[in-house]
Design a protein around this ligand. Structure first.
Ligand SMILES: Nc1nc2c(c(=O)[nH]1)N[C@@H](CN(C=O)c1ccc(C(=O)N[C@@H](CCC(=O)O)C(=O)O)cc1)CN2
Length: 297
């Protein structure tokens, strides 16, 4: 019997923990603040940012939202980051990705104060993660770890395959899975567009994390019976619905759920966890910057 991994439920638990810590910080005179910066006309990015702002409101984090015209000079974004770095009421800064082509993404990531980098994308934070001393784990892979933990998926000694090598998901996910820590110790293979015989690698995997951004490209016939399947893909495909599209993952849910032991749905799987871990990192950032103890596991 395949178990559906309920990301909405686990994310709600994380938000509850975060709300308790926000209350404790508030008792100590600290009001955590998260700034989201959107420089894009992409409807999906607009949706994600407004969801993040709504989540902040739910847990009592002060949400600050900055919108920059997608055609504005890159310098406008860099200066916005400088302003947010200097503000005492802003503990976390998130620049929604992707940014327009004329903006240098590496400059953006380096410009954010590493103590406010709640995405965990600054090179200092990437280095800390790789060294096993993470300050902020990137939200999506951290959310996946939480899901594996919540559903008692054994990672120690498991063969894990991460499909996709992005900086946001694939690389940090693989790093977390190999670490000598809880929800780690997995033998991890990272597959990508140049991987030969992906099918053979997937066929042996106890845990599959699909993060390639290709709609429904992993199907049930490629999976080992009983595998845990984590679908990170959130693809908008044209459909005859009210919105004109439907959301599908990188995994063909119907066929995969006939073979998998446990599987995340799309929507309602990893997406809500990505947002919940952003709140978690914001509270952690507020604790770091103010010296107030924060109890997060
Ligand atoms: N600065 C960042 N940019 C981006 C990140 C990131 O972690 N930091 N990740 C992705 C997208 N992403 C976060 O911004 C994200 C994607 C999806 C969801 C989500 O809640 N999805 C829902 C469905 C939402 C919908 O109706 O469209 C779900 O899966 O249930 C949240 C965040 C790229 N950019």
């Amino acid at each position: 019997m395949t178990e559906t991994i309920d990301g909405e439920a686990v994310a709600a638990d994380v938000r509850e923990t975060v709300a308790d810590e926000v209350a404790r910080l508030s008792d100590a005179g600290v009001e955590p603040g998260l700034a989201t910066v959107l420089m894009s006309d992409d409807p999906a990015s607009e949706t994600y940012v407004s969801m993040k702002q709504r989540d902040c409101e739910e847990v009592g984090i002060e949400g600050i939202h900055v919108e920059i015209d997608a055609d504005a000079p890159a310098e406008e974004l860099y200066e916005t980051i400088d302003d947010l770095n200097a503000r005492d009421d802003v503990h976390g800064i998130l620049v929604q990705m992707p940014v327009p082509d004329h903006v240098d993404k590496r400059t953006v990531l380096r410009r954010i104060d590493p103590e406010k980098d709640v995405d965990g994308f600054h090179p200092e934070n990437v280095g800390r993660l790789v060294a096993g001393d993470a300050r902020f784990k990137p939200c999506t892979p951290h959310g996946v770890q939480k899901l594996l933990d919540a559903y008692d998926v054994e990672t120690e000694g498991a063969d894990a395959v991460v499909v996709g090598r992005s900086d946001i998901v694939g690389k940090p996910m693989a790093n977390l899975l190999i670490q000598k820590s809880p929800v780690g110790n997995a033998t991890t293979t990272v597959c990508h567009s140049r991987t030969e015989d992906l099918e053979a690698k997937l066929a042996d995997a106890d845990i599959v994390v699909a993060a390639a951004g290709i709609p429904e490209f992993v199907d049930g016939s490629m999976l080992k019976a009983g595998a845990t399947v984590i679908d990170v893909g959130i693809n908008r495909v044209d459909a005859d619905t009210e919105k004109g599209y439907e959301l599908v993952g990188d995994v063909d849910y119907e066929s995969a759920s006939e073979v998998a032991g446990a599987i995340t749905p799309v929507p309602g799987g990893v997406g809500p966890m990505t947002r919940a871990m952003l709140l978690y990192n914001t509270v952690k950032a507020a604790g770091i910057q103010t010296g107030v103890d924060v109890n997060l596991d």
